[in-house]
Design a protein around this ligand. Structure first.
Ligand SMILES: Nc1nc2c(c(=O)[nH]1)N[C@H]1C(S)=C(S)[C@@H](COP(=O)(O)O)O[C@H]1N2
Ligand SMILES: [Mo]
Length: 520
């Protein structure tokens, strides 16, 4: 049978060499799978997914047997068993692989199907969980094909009695082993770092805020408590997330430091302990994204604990002609914030906690900026690690370079939450509710109108602070028909929202939010 295939006249490699090829191919597949799983989830690693699924799906007697036999070593025993099984199957795959009849590749693919099945069925898995196995198996098949291919015998190389380009095989096999080991080790290392960051966050003690610096309590009625209306405090899990990070930076408080340099009298680098030795303050502040469309939901309100940015700037001594704080995140994103705004007395902070928890990783753990009144892209740097005091005429931040504004105070905005868009409601008294914001200026009035009628004043919830949004309600005696509800707000500076529509780029959307409802 070998002879039939050997149209090139080159003998195939020995059985042990082929078995080794199969094992190396499987190792490459698992190593690459491990590495690709890091940004997705531990459970997306093919080896881990199959192991966990085996544990979850094994019948009670098998589990009991494993625990009574191996005790707390039941998991290492399982992984050892899986490894032996994979080595055997992979060796067989290597032995049966033929250049024209890829039986071995088919075995690897079949193992891949098992891996994909296990990964996408892990709790909370998405289709993305298939990716590590798919990429891994592709790498494994390529490895197998290369290692089991018959290299053309160069003329005059007949000196080797076996006719095999043995050196070439050894080099390839060693390379495959190196790839497998490096990918697997890198994957494990990164996964451990991720786990280390999770442990670090779980174990973090929040700074104790003195009574004087605690956020004021939320007065009754601040939350209008109308079903479907925006809650006054946005839960962390519901908080909008906007960033350029494909992979959320996972820093520990030990990894973190903030270097402050540029146009300053004294450069300093703060570690976590240096930062948290300062006096923390707690404030509720509403964040908004410049990309928010009229009526959109890229805004959220949280109670933050942090340290005053102004105090840090005073400490380093900012040069009088420095007008920009260029902040950089651990993943290289940059933000330019006017120094003047940071020092005008508002509660601009380096935040470490959000709604009574350490910052969630997606929201900047361990340290981010929060600045009342400015859109996030010019103020709210997450995972912030570097501050350079500079000038707007010398430096340009990430989004400014891409056509967005250099400076961007938040525009006064209002939104109808209830009734729902294109909702159907019965005629008669109904409640209209929503939110409005004009951070650091505050909301003075909200008005609602039906169709082209007169503007009516809505009832405002108590103002918590000028840095937070303000909820409102309006009683409507809804007549039958299709109606358009519109809303506009006026801030405490006396500026009423313009009707003129502007797109979010370059410095924020404008226009009145409206909703069409059918009343019957
Ligand atoms: N490191 C980093 N910080 C960032 C961003 C980013 O892309 N990277 N996006 C900014 C933008 S545009 C906004 S609106 C806010 C959003 O903060 P959130 O995701 O916590 O809601 O973060 C800001 N901070
Ligand atoms: Mo944003």
């Amino acid at each position: 049978m070998t002879a039939r295939e050997d149209t090139t006249g080159t003998p195939r490699r020995s059985v042990p060499a082929r078995a080794l090829s199969g094992v190396l191919a499987a190792a490459v597949a698992l190593g690459v799978g491990e590495l690709v799983s890091v940004p997705i989830a531990r459970a997306a690693s093919p080896f881990f997914a199959v192991g966990s699924t085996t544990v979850d799906r094994s019948p009670a007697w098998a589990r009991e047997f494993a625990i009574t036999t191996f005790g707390t070593n039941d998991k290492p025993a399982l992984f050892l068993g899986m490894t032996v099984l994979i080595v055997v199957l992979a060796a067989v795959a290597g032995i049966v692989e033929r250049p024209r009849r890829p039986y071995g590749s088919a075995i690897l693919l079949a193992l891949g199907v098992v891996g994909v099945y296990a990964a996408v069925n892990r709790p909370g898995a998405s289709a993305l969980y298939a990716l590590p196995t798919l990429v891994g198996v592709a790498a494994g098949v390529v490895t197998l094909r290369v290692l089991t291919a018959r290299a053309p015998v160069a003329a005059g190389s007949g000196g080797d009695p076996s006719g095999l380009p043995r050196r070439r095989f050894l080099v390839l096999a060693a390379s495959a082993a190196a790839v497998a080991a490096a990918a697997g080790a890198a994957g494990r290392y990164l996964a451990d770092r991720v786990a280390g960051a999770v442990r670090n966050r779980d174990g973090l003690r929040l700074p104790a805020v003195t009574a004087a610096e605690q956020a004021p309590t939320i007065a009754a009625g601040t939350d209008v408590s109308v079903p479907g209306a925006t809650p006054f405090v946005t839960r962390n899990g519901d908080f909008y997330r906007i960033d350029t990070a494909l992979q959320v930076p996972m820093l520990t408080t030990d990894d973190w430091s903030l270097r402050i340099h540029g146009m300053v009298d004294r450069e300093i680098t703060l570690g976590w302990d240096d930062l948290t030795a300062r006096t923390p303050i707690e404030r509720a502040i509403t964040l908004t994204c410049v990309s928010n469309e009229v009526g959109g939901d890229l805004a959220g309100n949280a109670t933050w604990i942090g340290y005053r940015i102004k105090d840090l700037l005073d400490e380093v001594g900012v040069a009088p002609d420095a007008d920009m704080l260029l902040s950089t995140s651990a993943d290289g994103f940059t933000v330019g914030t006017p120094v003047e705004v940071l020092r005008d007395g508002r509660d601009a902070i380096l935040a470490v906690a959000m709604n009574g928890e350490p910052l969630p990783f997606e929201h900047g753990y361990p340290v981010r900026q929060v600045v009342p009144g400015l859109y996030g892209f010019v103020s709210a740097t997450k995972w912030v690690v570097d501050w350079e005091l500079t000038r707007f005429d010398r430096a340009e931040a990430y989004w400014t370079r891409r056509g967005w504004a250099e400076r961007a105070p938040i525009k006064t905005a209002s939104r109808i939450d209830v009734p729902a868009a294109f909702g159907k409601i019965p005629a008669g008294p109904t409640i209209v509710a929503g939110t409005a914001w004009a951070q650091h200026r505050g909301i003075a009035t909200v008005e609602v109108r039906v169709d082209t009628g007169v503007w009516r004043t809505a009832t405002l919830a108590p103002q918590y602070s000028i840095d937070t949004w303000r909820q409102w309600t309006w009683q409507w005696d809804a007549p039958p028909g299709v109606h358009s509800l519109q809303v506009r707000a006026t801030d405490l500076d006396g500026n009423t929202q313009t009707e003129e529509r502007a797109a979010p780029i370059p410095d924020g959307a404008s226009g009145w939010h409206s909703r069409t409802v059918t009343v019957s």
